[in-house]
Design a protein around this ligand. Sequence first.
Ligand SMILES: C[S@@+](CC[C@H](N)C(=O)[O-])C[C@H]1O[C@@H](n2cnc3c(N)ncnc32)[C@H](O)[C@@H]1O
Length: 220
Amino acid sequence: MNDGAHRIRTYKPRRRQLTPARAALYERLRPTWCVDVEGDRFDPVAAFGRVAPLVLDIGIGYGDSLTTVAAAQPDVDVIGADVHTPGIASTLARIEEMGLSNVRLLHGDALRFVERLDPGSLAGIRIYFPDPWHKARHRNRRMASAANIERFHQLLATGGTLHIATDIDDYAAQVRRLCDEHPAFDGGVIDRPADRPETRYERKGLAAGREVTDLLYVRR
Ligand SMILES: C[S@@+](CC[C@H](N)C(=O)[O-])C[C@H]1O[C@@H](n2cnc3c(N)ncnc32)[C@H](O)[C@@H]1O
């Protein structure tokens, strides 16, 4: 899986500093809830202390959707990933407030972290409102590139799901094309699942008049 594609950055670097209170909270909670981006093979049983379906949520923003779904699905373990420090700090605060034991966070590039996962080890991958990368010369930065769709397929167990939501029509078309062409994915556009909370980014898109597409593919 290590073909170097993970070195293409799918995110925009942002340098927002934490307030002193948020920085203290981050330092206090990070050792308990964050897993390392780099390292040996990731052992979910050691990390969560149990055997359970494991989902990777890539690009969690401020973690509202991640934590709401984790609370509603206590039998599923989830790793929420983002590179954005204020978002990770907010999510850490929510995890503590809500007393969630089935969430771990990855502060860094999810595409590097997946090198630590066994093939077929994920029950699901969720990508809600990936960065759009509109310009043609930036398209190779999209999370749903051909190389990453192949990587996601390898990470999913048989019957595992790839759920992508986007408010960018040509992004949805790209996901459909790549997944429809993939010999081991079945699926397509679905109605918005009632149990998928509206995200911050989604609200901005809806306010701007954009339409949201949910795509769900199952690994054969
Ligand atoms: C447009 S925002 C959407 C955030 C959230 N899902 C929402 O809907 O409000 C996309 C997020 O993906 C994150 N992201 C992009 N590439 C990533 C990567 N390779 N690893 C981890 N996070 C990534 C960005 O930092 C950003 O917070």
